[in-house]
Design a protein around this ligand. Structure first.
Ligand SMILES: Nc1ncnc2c1ncn2[C@@H]1O[C@H](COP(=O)(O)OP(=O)(O)O)[C@@H](O)[C@H]1O
Ligand SMILES: [Mg+2]
Length: 652
């Protein structure tokens, strides 16, 4: 039983419907140890036949049997394995991978074996010694002569210790001295018990082998034994198992390629970095600015206190049709508010427009006077305490007005408070009382307790109900929920229309809306910055397409030595992944640097960091970048995986 059998191989190419038969019924047997030359005219179908033998082509009639097993009947996976384990390819134009060193070139097929890295290096070095290139191992192919390149290609073909070496015009590009050297090496290989099949159109080369098969017009014209084949040698069982390219190896190959074209890849990385950086920066600026505003606001108001008034609608712009009692907060209202989850207390309050304070013959006006409540920060009372019965809290500005030299001495002094209101007949009435200063507040307004105010009014025969309340929430996190609940209460007005019952006023409500809008604005800015990501995606697509077209030969080689389509796809996906990863890591680094710079300036100017990039923002940036790169890789890597190795490996 012959080692390798070709049985009735027929192959035609079609141009439209027209058939061009190239191989017409070829049947040949081969043995180990033979060095077979296939001789024929140019265009006679020699390459076509080699592609069939080498498992690069499965579209033919007839069969190729290896140890009596058909190589064709297997799946694509089977053919991939056949190419990587059994076949070693040598081409007329060498097809070395230019961005890899000589050593790395020989190691490419070994990347598909289960050998350890050090064993791979050792094996590649041994093979290069065998072909006499130990001194050139760290050179790139461009630095070698033709004969040397072909010797590298031979070392590569031998890497996985295949049983069959097929060489398509291996000396076609070489001078006569190099031709002799290469033929000697091929002869040696056959002596090691391997089957060497070399295609040539030169009689001189053909006569070097142990046997010449002459193909004419797609058929075997003559089959001549020139000398004895090498005796069978006991085949050493190699411990190396051929698998496929591991993910790690595709990664390191992608890295190698990126390193070789470093300048170009750095530009791409820099370009994509700008997009990712802008997104992360905008998000961080959004956090910083809203954080700054919130903390500034919280310095003057208590964040857990919500001021609530009645929502009164008026059809008259002057509000003349509003019944003043409509704005009163009833006991029933208070009970409803108290029942809301997480509400600790509801504090009654009253505001009046226009107040006058008189002391030491000097007077101060207050536009908007309200009773003391929890929205006022007690921390802001720098001297004294909050107002108790018949006491008043005044502002620092007012205290200075009353006593320029020593404003602090105003504490304990008397101040006359005048308030204007209307009585039951809607006639304006002035209410007045002498009060003791309990404390001085840094900013804001002066205030007295609700009970003091109520008794001032009662003295004048005016009955009042609170016209606002302060709802105190247990913690800041619950404020939003309580606010929403209050805003959602509804009732039917006099005309039967459903209207909101309450209104939230005070600074707390403003911060909340302001922050919502600010956050929105920064998210929109981040999204606009995200458009530059589209640019980086396009850049990556372009660079990968360029990479694919530059590397068609490499892809062909990888496929010829058994790489699966999937491996090729992974190679380009890895490259895109690395581009995305590197640019986003760089972007995060730059963003943190800019944050450091900007914050050191804002710390001295505002006493607060203005940019706050969270770990979440950074991770988001990296994820977006990697996902965009992977999406960009889809089409180019599919194209690479679809390339037909036979077409990419033609020798023009
Ligand atoms: N992919 C293809 N499509 C159509 N015709 C092809 C293709 N490949 C080879 N041929 C034709 O098949 C014939 C044999 O080609 P080839 O095997 O490359 O010849 P050789 O290697 O002996 O020079 C030529 O006429 C060539 O034009
Ligand atoms: Mg050819």
């Amino acid at each position: 039983m012959a080692f390798l059998q070709l049985k009735n191989i027929k192959k035609s190419f079609y141009l439209g419907k027209k058939e061009f038969p190239v191989l017409k019924d070829i049947s040949v047997n081969f043995e180990r140890g033979e060095f077979v030359s296939i001789l024929g005219e140019s265009g006679g179908g020699k390459t076509t036949l080699l592609n069939i033998i080498g498992g690069l082509d499965s579209q033919y009639e007839g069969d190729v049997l290896l140890d009596n097993t058909s190589v064709k009947s297997g799946s694509e996976k089977g053919l991939d394995a056949y190419r990587s384990k059994t076949i070693g390819f040598i081409f007329q134009s060498f097809h070395l991978i230019s961005h890899l060193t000589i050593l790395q070139n020989v190691m490419v097929p070994l990347e598909m074996s289960n050998l350890s890295h050090s064993k791979r290096v050792k094996r590649a070095q041994d093979l290069l010694k065998q072909v006499g290139l130990e001194e050139h191992m760290s050179k790139h192919p461009g630095q070698l002569s033709g004969g040397q390149k072909q010797r590298v290609a031979i070392a590569r073909a031998l890497a996985n210790d295949p049983d069959i070496i097929i060489a398509d015009e291996p000396t076609g590009a070489l001078d006569s001295q190099n031709t002799d050297e290469i033929l000697d090496i091929l002869n040696d290989i056959s002596k090691q018990g391997k089957l060497v099949i070399a295609v040539t159109h030169s009689d001189k080369v053909a006569n070097y082998g142990t046997r010449v098969i002459h193909i004419v017009d797609g058929q075997v014209d003559s089959d001549t034994q020139l000398r004895d084949k090498a005796p069978d040698v006991e085949k050493k069982v190699s411990d190396a198992k051929v698998t496929h390219l591991s993910f790690r190896n595709t990664f390191s190959m992608a890295l190698n390629h990126m390193r070789y074209y470093l300048g170009r890849n750095l530009l791409i990385i820099f370009g994509s970095m700008i997009g990712i950086f802008s997104v992360i920066f905008m998000l961080g600026l959004g956090n910083g600015v809203t954080g700054y505003i919130t903390s500034e606001m919280n310095k003057t108001v208590n964040p857990t206190a919500i001021q609530v008034t009645k929502n009164v609608t008026s059809s008259d712009p002057t509000g003349a049709d509003i019944d003043p009692s409509d704005i009163n907060i009833t006991d029933k209202n208070e009970k409803t508010l108290k029942k809301i989850d997480n509400v600790n207390s509801v504090e009654e309050g009253y505001f009046v427009q226009g107040a006058k304070l008189v002391a030491n013959d000097k007077s101060a006006q207050e536009q908007f006077f309200q009773t003391f409540n929890k929205t006022i920060k007690t921390n802001d009372i720098k001297q004294g305490t909050k107002p108790g019965k018949n006491e008043i809290l005044i502002t620092k500005a007012q205290a200075k007005k009353f006593n320029k030299k020593d404003y602090k001495s105003m504490i304990g002094k008397k101040v006359n408070l005048f308030l204007t209101t209307t009585n039951a007949d809607k006639q304006p009435v002035q209410v007045q009382r002498e009060l003791t200063v309990s404390g001085i507040i840094k900013s804001g307004t002066s205030s007295i307790s609700y009970n003091t105010l109520k008794s001032m009014f009662t003295d004048q025969g005016i009955k009042i109900q609170p016209n606002f309340v302060t709802v105190n929430v247990d913690k800041t996190q619950d404020v939003k929920a309580v606010q929403t609940k209050i805003k959602n209460y509804e009732h039917k007005d006099a005309k039967g229309k459903t209207v909101k019952t309450y209104q939230i006023t005070g600074v707390g409500a403003i911060i909340d809306t302001l922050n919502t809008y600010l956050q929105l604005a920064f998210n929109v800015l981040a999204a606009i910055a995200g458009i530059s990501l589209l640019v980086s995606a396009i850049m990556i697509i372009v660079v990968l397409y360029i990479s694919v077209s530059e590397r068609t030969k490499e892809i062909g080689i990888l496929r010829a030595i058994g790489a699966r389509r999937k491996d090729i796809r992974n190679l380009f996906i890895s490259e895109a992944f690395l581009l995305g990863l590197f640019s986003s890591i760089l972007a995060v680094g730059v963003a943190y640097l800019v944050q450091m710079g900007a914050n050191s300036i804002s710390m001295s100017a505002l006493k607060m960091p203005i940019i706050d990039i969270t770990t979440g923002n950074a991770i988001f940036g990296i994820l977006v970048s990697v996902i965009i790169s992977l999406l960009a890789a889809l089409a180019p890597s599919r194209r690479a995986a679809k390339l037909d190795p036979r077409e990419t490996l033609t020798d023009e």
